[in-house]
Design a protein around this ligand. Structure first.
Ligand SMILES: Nc1nc2c(ncn2[C@@H]2O[C@H](COP(=O)(O)OP(=O)(O)OP(=O)(O)O)[C@@H](O)[C@H]2O)c(=O)[nH]1
Ligand SMILES: *[C@@H]1O[C@H](CO)[C@@H](O)[C@H](O)[C@H]1NC(C)=O
Ligand SMILES: *[C@@H]1O[C@H](CO)[C@@H](O)[C@H](O)[C@H]1NC(C)=O
Ligand SMILES: [Mg+2]
Length: 419
């Protein structure tokens, strides 16, 4: 049952509709008469912009001589540099350390590593010009070499890893290893079915620091593809490490997937028993174990970022440690990562004070962010990370534990970032 006002509304709507249709037909009929091609449209746009350009630039004499031959015949006014006092030197003062960046990568990682390099250069290395060593289990191609060479301000070096450092050692039972991969694949464990990931983890655990190219250096900074640096690094972290007697460092820590390392701690305990001489007096066992060394709590430093001392990794203590673990086969019979391996070594073989947490190096590797705690630090260092993304004080991070076992005071403002 339509009321009077309802009918009135209906007439209004119908009238409006008729006008709308008429308008649509009249306004769209012209372009439809001759269909424009894409190049017509582009030409039209170009002309429009050229017209705009002429209008805005032609009257101001000499302003754009180089770009615009038609502009004017009057001579350009003289120009002079507007010198600003107090800008920092383009290059940092002081000595350089015997140090290099190091990246393990495939040729196909080129654009992801290019992104990482650009950030490291912009935030730090353009003032320090440290070298960069690239390692690969295959020869690097020209594209990879050309692009990385152009991006790095220091020297670049490219090494091909020898077969022995990227293959199954002879003491590994390959059938057994294959069954493990099938089983892990069925259980959907990340990288559980991958052979190359295992070679990668074993290489990073035991071999990267003794490649011929790496033997030329004492310090390294590991960089992976697709990482981000969110703050300026205004000082030389290598020199900081040397001056403060540090051997290993981290920005993020977390718990390892237990399924990938079920017998790693057994292997570690065996090593501790056979090589008590390598265990540091004031070690960080409490970071790794909640029961005095009986079991592993799965805490580790996230090794896709590392600044560390190569001579420590090349020391008898570390080499004995790696050799002992390697013999137990867990790189292939399980899926031991280089992160827990490096971390346990640092935790047991180094003095507590030899491990450093870089609060001021802001870092991202999917899926975790370390954004410095402390607003003043973030402002001073021109950080562009969201402090809410900082992982340090969240439940799955081990960094709080690190502060506790070292009796360190947590940075101001950490409570606000706990969840
Ligand atoms: N040359 C070479 N490099 C590899 C290979 N697999 C991995 N890498 C490199 O090893 C590093 C680690 O590999 P990623 O694929 O980044 O592993 P990820 O997903 O970061 O590993 P998680 O941090 O454990 O999650 C990166 O620098 C890779 O470029 C490989 O088969 N050959
Ligand atoms: C790499 O650079 C070299 C030397 O400049 C050049 O001859 C070559 O064509 C480049 N290769 C690629 C794939 O860019
Ligand atoms: C740098 O360190 C390596 C390893 O310790 C050493 O062999 C090399 O001689 C050092 N280079 C310089 C210039 O000191
Ligand atoms: Mg990675």
């Amino acid at each position: 049952m339509a009321s009077g006002s309802g009918r009135y509304l209906r007439y209004l709507l119908v009238t409006f509709f008729i006008f709308a249709v008429l308008y649509f037909i009249s306004s769209s009929s012209k372009p439809r008469e001759h269909l424009q091609t894409a190049s017509d449209i582009i030409r039209e746009q170009n002309e429009k912009w050229r017209g705009y350009y002429d209008q805005t630039t032609a009257p101001s004499a000499g302003a754009t001589e180089g770009h615009h031959p038609k502009a004017s015949s009057q001579p350009a006014p003289p120009t002079s540099p507007n010198t600003v006092a107090g800008l920092p030197n383009a290059a940092a003062d002081g000595p350089r350390m015997n140090a290099t960046f190091v990246t393990l990568a495939r040729n196909s990682d080129i654009w992801e590593i290019a992104r990482s390099i650009r950030q490291v250069e912009d935030r730090f290395n353009h003032r320090y010009n440290y070298d960069w060593v690239f390692l690969n289990d295959m020869p690097f191609d020209d594209t990879f070499i050309n692009i990385t060479t152009s991006l790095v301000s220091g020297k670049t070096k490219y090494g091909e890893i020898e077969k022995e450092h990227w293959s199954f050692p002879d003491f590994i039972d390959q059938d057994k290893a294959k069954k493990v991969r099938e089983d892990m694949a069925a259980r959907k464990i990340i990288y559980g079915d991958s052979v190359s990931y295992r070679h990668m983890c074993r290489f990073e655990s035991g071999f990267f620091f003794r490649q011929p190219l790496m033997n030329e250096y004492e310090w390294y900074w590991r960089v992976e593809p697709s990482i981000e640096l969110f703050c300026d690094v205004h000082y030389d972290p290598f020199k900081y490490m040397a001056d403060h007697k540090k051997k290993y460092s981290f920005v993020l820590s977390l718990y390892e997937y237990a399924e990938t390392v079920p017998t790693l701690w057994d292997s570690v305990k065996k090593f501790m028993k056979t090589h008590p001489e390598h265990i540091a007096q004031d070690n960080s066992l409490a970071f790794l174990s909640d029961d005095g060394g009986d079991s592993y709590n799965h805490c580790h430093f996230w090794s896709n970022f590392e600044i560390g001392n190569l001579n420590w990794l090349r020391s008898p203590a570390y080499l004995d440690f790696f050799e002992s673990l390697d013999r137990d086969g867990g790189f292939f019979y399980e899926r031991w990562g280089d992160a827990p391996v490096h971390s346990i070594a640092a935790g047991l073989l180094l003095q507590k004070e030899e491990i450093h947490f870089f609060n001021d190096i802001a870092y991202y590797h999917v899926p975790f962010t370390h954004c410095p705690t402390g607003e003043q630090t973030r402002l001073d260092l021109k950080c562009h990370c969201n402090p809410k993304d900082n992982f340090d004080w969240k439940g799955y991070s081990c960094t709080s534990r690190w502060f506790d076992i070292n009796g360190l005071k947590k940075p101001d403002g950490y409570e606000a970032e706990m969840d």
